[in-house]
Design a protein around this ligand. Structure first.
Ligand code: 7TS
Length: 410
C-alpha cells in the first residue's frame, strides 16, 4: 500500500514519451535492461559537466573530486550487498566481464584435468561460454545441472555430483532471465562448501529485484551488471571473498593495477586495484552509486514485495489467454519474468505486433540457447517487469495479445 508507483514513474523521463509518436510507451523488457531515474542521469551529467578527470592520479582538485566520487560509489555498493570490505568490490563492465575475470584468474590458476565445474542448463551464455573456453585449454569437465519440468534445479543431482569428488566450483545463476526461477543459492553454497568447492553466483537478475547479502548467502563470488538495476550500461561488479581475490593473479595488465613496474618484471597493486587495469569506467561507477542510492531509498524489501504482487497479477492474467503457455515455476518461486509461447505464432511476430501498440518485450533465445533446447522451442517472447510497471500496463499487454491472436487467425 505504501508503494506509490506514480511517484516512481515521475522519476523516469523515458517513460513519459509517446512510442512511434502515437501510443504511450509500456516498457516490459526490464530483464534485458532497466530504465534510469533522473538521479542517475543527472549524476552522469554532473560528473562530465563539473568534475570530469582521471582518478587516482592527479593531485588537482578535479581529479580528487572524481576519485572521491568513484571510491564513494564502491563504498555504497559494498553496503548494498553487505560485503565485508570495499576491497572485495571490483568494478567491471558487467556480469559477463565479472564471470570471465573469475574464469581467467581463479579458473586458469586452479583448474586442471580431472577437475569438475558444475553449472546448470538454465544459465545465460555468459556463465557457460567462459568456462567452455577455459575447459578446452585446461581439460577439466563441466557438468550441467538439469532443469526439471517445473523449471527448477534438482538439488539431489547436485548432492550426488558433489559426493563423486573433484568438484572445484559450482557456478549458477541466482534468478533465471527466462524462467524467473529463484535458485536456492544459500543452500547450494552450503553444499558446495561441504564438498570443498567454491560457488560463483550470477546475480544479474536478482540484485535489481531483492535484498542481497553476500555474507548471509555465503557465496564466494557474486557477479552483476549496473544497467539492469537502474544504473548505466558499461559498469558492473565482481564481488569476491577477500582471501580468494588476494590469492588470484591479475587478469588484464596496465596502469593502476601495478605496484612497481621494472623491465624485468612487475608487482601488483593491492585489492581492488589489482583487477582494475587502465582508466576505469568512472562515470559509470558514479552512476551505479546513485542507482544504489535510489534503490535503497525505495527499500529492496518493498521493491521485492511490489514486484511479487505485480508478477502474480501478470501470471494470473496471462493464464486467461487461450493458447498461451508461460514457462517456469509459479509466482511463489519466480522473479519478475514471464517468458511464453503463444500457439504457433512466432515470438518475433508477437514482439513486433506488441511494439506497434507501444509495448516493448523481447523475443528470442535470451542468451539461453541450452535452456530453450530443453524447453523444445527455439525462442520465446518475454515480458519482464520492474518497479515502475503497473497492473494497467499488464492489462494493456493482455489486450494486445488478444489482438495478435486475431491478426494471426484472420
Ligand atoms: N546473466 C544473466 C542471468 C543475465 O540475464 C544477463 C543478461 C547476463 C548474465 C549478462 O549481463 P551483461 O550485462 O554482462 O550483458 N541478460 C539479458 C537478457 O535476458 N536479455 O538481454 C540481456
Amino acid at each position: 500500500p505504501s508503494w506509490d508507483v506514480n511517484t516512481i514513474r515521475a522519476e523516469f523521463p523515458i517513460l513519459h514519451q509517446m512510442h512511434h509518436d502515437q501510443v504511450p510507451l509500456i516498457y516490459l523488457d526490464n530483464a534485458a535492461s532497466s530504465q534510469k531515474p533522473r538521479m542517475v542521469i543527472d549524476a552522469l551529467d554532473d560528473y562530465y559537466r563539473r568534475y570530469n578527470a582521471n582518478v587516482h592520479r592527479g593531485v588537482h582538485k578535479l581529479s580528487e573530486a572524481a576519485t572521491e566520487a568513484y571510491e564513494g560509489a564502491r563504498v555504497k555498493i559494498k553496503k548494498f550487498i553487505n560485503a565485508g570490505s570495499k576491497r572485495e568490490i571490483i568494478f567491471t563492465r558487467g556480469t559477463t566481464e565479472s564471470i570471465n575475470l573469475v574464469a581467467q584468474t581463479w579458473g586458469r590458476t586452479n583448474l586442471k584435468p580431472g577437475d569438475v565445474v558444475i553449472s546448470s542448463a538454465m544459465e545465460h551464455h555468459s556463465n557457460i561460454v567462459p568456462w567452455q573456453i577455459l575447459a578446452q585449454e585446461k581439460g577439466f569437465t563441466i557438468k550441467y545441472l538439469p532443469v526439471t519440468g517445473a523449471g527448477l534445479l534438482d538439488l539431489d543431482v547436485l548432492r550426488g555430483w558433489l559426493t563423486e569428488g573433484n568438484v572445484r566450483l559450482v557456478t549458477v545463476m541466482h534468478v533465471s532471465n527466462v524462467l524467473g526461477t529463484v535458485n536456492p543459492v544459500a543452500e547450494m553454497a552450503k553444499l558446495a562448501h561441504e564438498a570443498g568447492a567454491l560457488i560463483l553466483v550470477d546475480g544479474a537478475q536478482s540484485i535489481p529485484h531483492m535484498p542481497i547479502d553476500v555474507q548471509t548467502l555465503d557465496v564466494d563470488f557474486f557477479a552483476f551488471s549496473g544497467h539492469k538495476m537502474v544504473g548505466p550500461t558499461g559498469i558492473g561488479i565482481l564481488y569476491g571473498k577477500r582471501h580468494l581475490l588476494e590469492a588470484m593473479p591479475p587478469w588484464m595488465g596496465g596502469g593502476d593495477m601495478i605496484s612497481r613496474v621494472r623491465l624485468d618484471g612487475s608487482t601488483w597493486n593491492d585489492l581492488p586495484y589489482k583487477f582494475e587495469a587502465g582508466t576505469p569506467i568512472i562515470a559509470g561507477a558514479i552512476g551505479l552509486g546513485y542507482a544504489v542510492d535510489y534503490l535503497t531509498s525505495l527499500g529492496m524489501e518493498s521493491v521485492h514485495a511490489y514486484e511479487q504482487q505485480l508478477t502474480a497479477y501478470a501470471l494470473d492474467r496471462l493464464a486467461e489467454v487461450p493458447g498461451l503457455t508461460v514457462y517456469g515455476p509459479d509466482a511463489s518461486q519466480k522473479g519478475a519474468v514471464a517468458a511464453f509461447s503463444y500457439g504457433t505464432i512466432h515470438p518475433h511476430d508477437i514482439a513486433q505486433m506488441l511494439d506497434a501498440d507501444g509495448i516493448a518485450v523481447r523475443a528470442g533465445h535470451h542468451c539461453a540457447m541450452p535452456l530453450h533446447d530443453q524447453l523444445r522451442c527455439g525462442a520465446t517472447a518475454r515480458a519482464s517487469f520492474y518497479i515502475y510497471n503497473t497492473t494497467a500496463e499488464i492489462d494493456a499487454l493482455i489486450e494486445a495479445l488478444y489482438k495478435v491472436k486475431q491478426a494471426f487467425s484472420a
